[in-house]
Design a protein around this ligand. Structure first.
Ligand SMILES: [Zn+2]
Length: 350
């Protein structure tokens, strides 16, 4: 029986997240994001899903190919006993492989996907960025506190690019290719530590799905049009996970009580109604715990923790049925097998 590796993609949204107003000028822009969610391993079963009553067989697109799919009790069944996730089966062909440089609109990233391989973030600093010391200090802080290392980019294709601009901003997670962390002159070392947090995959602390156990959001006090900054990542349709047990008021990723207030009244209070201060001096103990849970220490320098794929086997990964051959990936097209590569849960032609 052949194993299928299923990487689920959630519907994704373009998103603009503004960071806490308490961080001067901090603006966090995230767009064109991609969500590769959970890896589920499904072993096909010996039995067929519907032994007695044949379902309605239709030609549907799945994994980049048109295949006969049996509809049965509202489920799509393939090859007798493989259930296909409904949101991955479509009547129309959908683009599943892209040219390099093409930026699909619905790309999104989240905390459970788009991590940096080998705990290594490659980076470059724009020569015109002022006060580069804050970047070096922020990197030093991250390296001292976590399992993540930062390496100046030479020719790597995925890297963070520190550049000047308005506000402080970052994408969430490794999005593939060059991704900016924008720093205006008023962004501090602490703000830079925070933005690096986004780039390695952190949402804001108050975006936790369990945050309502700890805080109350006063939507009436939030500036009009800024409400989305107070949604959880799940409410926005993104993937994520909690890597610590509780909301950490001391997190460098936490908003303050008065962030985006329209009227001087608090927008976030503790459950007892009290307010709290934000800190941007460094990663908290809780931050460090969560980050190291996300990025466990990898010994043996550069060793990857990726799956072992067997040459000659076919897998279903990130929306595409692909063949492993000579340690690379191939997709069967009508013109024959063409080589593809997976970058941040998105397939590209090589
Ligand atoms: Zn932020």
């Amino acid at each position: 029986m052949k194993k299928m590796k299923l990487a689920y993609l959630l519907p994704a949204l373009a998103l603009l997240v503004s960071c806490s107003k308490d961080d001067p000028n901090e603006l966090n822009e995230i767009d064109g994001t991609e969500t590769g969610v959970e890896i589920v391993e499904t072993e096909s079963m010996a039995e067929v899903a519907n032994a007695d009553v044949p379902g309605n067989v239709r030609e549907m697109f799945f994994g980049g190919h048109k295949i006969p799919v049996e509809e049965f009790n509202g489920e799509y069944v393939y090859q007798g006993d493989i259930l296909l996730p409904k949101d991955m089966v479509s009547e129309q062909e959908v683009q599943v492989v892209y040219e390099r440089g093409e930026a699909p609109e619905n790309k999104s990233v989240g905390r459970t996907s788009a991590r940096w391989p080998d705990n290594t973030v490659y980076y470059a600093i724009d020569s015109n960025l002022d006060n580069k010391t804050r970047v070096y200090d922020a990197i030093k802080h991250w390296e001292a506190k976590t399992n993540i290392q930062f390496v100046e980019r030479t020719s790597q294709s995925n890297y963070v690019y520190f550049v000047s601009g308005s506000g402080c901003s970052s994408y969430i997670g490794m999005i593939g290719g060059k991704q900016n962390i924008t720093l205006s002159s008023s962004c501090s070392t602490g703000n830079t530590i925070h933005e690096i947090g986004h780039a390695i995959g952190l949402w804001h602390e108050q975006a936790r799905v369990d945050r309502d156990n700890y805080i109350t959001i006063n939507y009436n006090n939030i500036q009009s049009g800024r409400e989305h900054n107070f949604y959880t990542y799940a409410q926005q349709g993104f993937d994520g996970a909690e890597f610590t047990n509780a909301l950490d008021f001391g997190s460098i990723m936490m908003y303050g009580s008065y962030s985006f207030s329209s009227n001087g009244q608090p927008t976030i209070v503790k459950k007892d109604g009290s307010t709290f201060n934000i800190q941007r001096s460094g990663l908290s103990t809780g931050d460090v715990t969560g980050i190291n849970n996300m990025y466990p220490y990898s010994s043996g320098g550069g060793e990857t923790q990726t799956e072992i794929y067997v040459n000659g086997e076919t897998y279903y990964i990130s929306g595409l049925t692909v063949l492993r051959y000579l340690d690379t990936w191939y997709f069967s097209t009508k013109y024959g097998y063409k080589r593809v590569e997976l970058i941040n849960d998105r397939w590209y032609w090589v």
